[in-house]
Design a binder for this molecule. Structure first.
Ligand code: NDP
Length: 450
């Protein structure tokens, strides 16, 4: 590894010893941008990498609320305002018990590069809380969101920082957050949050954007390598926002989705997932995926063993789409996928493959659509939602969907061109990192030492 890169990586490790997810994200990026850093020895003198890795600001705050039993519960809220180089901080909020500083920083770091790839004027940020929405009543969710926003409102704004959803934060939560922001600020500032409901400033296609975008990117990648999605078998981990709309678009494009999962287990439906039933169980009833196997004949339910990867990666498939969470594909799962003949892996979730799993998949000539590029459709359409709010205007479903297709095609081309330029073949993981890093490095050089 280039000496400057090695120095920065070692410093990052020693400064952030208790943040393994963050170190992993930085490590993966630094290992792939070596050819660019080699060409620019001047980066070291202006501490370009150090400045890119250190967030502009990290805010933590107390979030108390009263639960339905009348007990006061205290959670921790986070917002990392990572980079405003190319636009206002932009990135989702995650409500999940596993949320900590390491996870928020890894997600924020990834977000800067993802947002740069969209070609739109958005910086990078991320936030959330260790609050678990699962099993909570609507009133509890509302009280929590109001408390969270009471503190967050002083740090955000349509031209400052624009949060959206992520794990555990969907349309319901965004609605409560927006209501509280408006109440405190006494202003209708549509562009302060994205993923809003359609009745009060949301954009068509935002709900579907990440999942659809993943499939648009996958289609481009397959086509560029002489393959297509039609007739392929697909497995999709997760059954939340990204997974459901990836499933919908994959089915529309003629693929057969045979398995989906949640954190408790997966369902294997060899006749193809019935998406209406899945949506009823997951979006309407907010129930466990095991319900799906109870209600449809011939479906196998395989529980996840504690501490192990989801059993979904042992199911034979042509294309695997991890759409649940970080590090869900270990090296062992990558090996099972390869044994079973997988040809492509598309990352709907953020950093779903462990570093050694990605290296192994690439070595085995499996096509990998990296998260920063492949799941960028969500934030891209969030930026389109912001534009509509600024213009006091609504685009039709077809207009936004066409925009999403164009954006995903352009992102794929950027990854492909960067990989070709540095003789990296079809290593789109490196291609995505290089394309995004090059753009950000240029912006950083122009703006002086800040
Ligand atoms: P949702 O909350 O809608 O769904 C998450 C899904 O993943 C659920 O099925 C959930 O199962 C499962 N899951 C979550 N955590 C774990 C875990 N620790 N182990 C196993 N399964 C888990 O979230 P999204 O669909 O919005 O997000 C999924 C991924 O996509 C995340 O990595 C997110 O960062 C990424 N992403 C999301 C975008 C968006 O627009 N929403 C944009 C870009 C990336 P259970 O219900 O059992 O917890």
């Amino acid at each position: 590894m280039n000496r400057y890169l090695e120095k920065v990586l070692n410093e990052t490790k020693s400064k952030n010893q208790h943040e393994p997810d963050f170190i992993q994200a930085v490590d993966e990026l630094l290992r792939t941008i070596e050819p660019v850093v080699d060409e620019h020895p001047e980066f070291e003198n202006i501490a370009l990498l150090e400045r890119m890795i250190e967030p502009e600001r990290l805010i933590t705050f107390r979030v108390p609320y009263v639960n339905d039993e009348g007990k006061t519960v205290v959670h921790r809220g986070y917002r990392v305002q990572y980079s405003s180089l190319i636009g206002p901080y932009k990135g989702g909020l995650r409500f999940h018990p596993s949320v900590n500083q390491s996870i928020i920083k890894f997600l924020g770091f990834e977000q800067i590069f993802k947002n740069a790839l969209t070609g739109l004027p958005i910086g990078g940020g991320k936030g959330g809380s260790d609050f678990d929405p699962k099993g909570k009543s609507d009133n509890e969710i509302m009280r929590f969101c109001q408390s969270f926003m009471t503190e967050l409102q002083r740090h955000i704004g349509a031209d400052v920082d624009v949060p959206a959803g992520d794990i555990g934060v969907g349309a319901r939560e965004i609605g409560y957050l927006f209501g509280q922001y408006k109440r405190i600020k006494d202003v209708y500032e549509g562009g302060v949050l994205t993923g809003k409901g359609l009745s009060y400033g949301g954009s068509l296609v935002r709900t579907e954007a990440t999942g659809y975008g993943l499939i648009y990117f996958m289609t481009e990648m397959l086509n560029a390598n002489g393959q297509c999605l039609k007739g392929k078998t697909v497995t999709i981990s997760g059954s939340g926002n990204v997974a459901i709309y990836a499933c919908q678009k994959a089915q529309e494009f003629g693929a057969k989705v045979v398995a989906m999962s949640d954190s408790n287990g997966c369902v294997y439906d060899q006749n193809g997932i019935d998406l209406d039933l899945m949506k009823q169980i997951k979006e309407v009833e907010r129930a466990r995926i095991s319900e799906y196997a109870k209600r449809k004949e011939g479906v196998e339910y395989i529980p996840t063993k504690p501490g192990e990867d989801s059993p979904i990666w042992s199911i034979k498939t042509d294309i695997a789409l991890p759409c649940a969470t970080q590090n869900e594909i270990s090296l062992a799962s990558a090996k099972k996928l390869v044994e079973n003949g997988v040809i492509a892996v598309g990352e709907g979730a953020n950093m779903p493959c462990k570093e050694d799993a990605t290296v192994y998949l690439l070595e085995k000539k499996v096509l990998v659509a990296p998260a920063k590029a492949a799941n960028a459709g969500g934030v891209a359409i969030s930026a389109v939602e912001m534009s509509q709010n600024s213009m006091r205007y609504y685009m039709t479903f077809e207009e936004v969907d066409q925009k999403l297709k164009n954006i995903m095609t352009n992102i794929f081309k950027s990854c492909q061109n960067a990989a070709e330029h540095y003789n990296l073949g079809n290593n789109y993981v490196a291609g995505a990192n290089i394309a995004a890093f090059t753009k950000l490095a240029q912006a950083m050089k122009c703006q002086g030492i800040v």
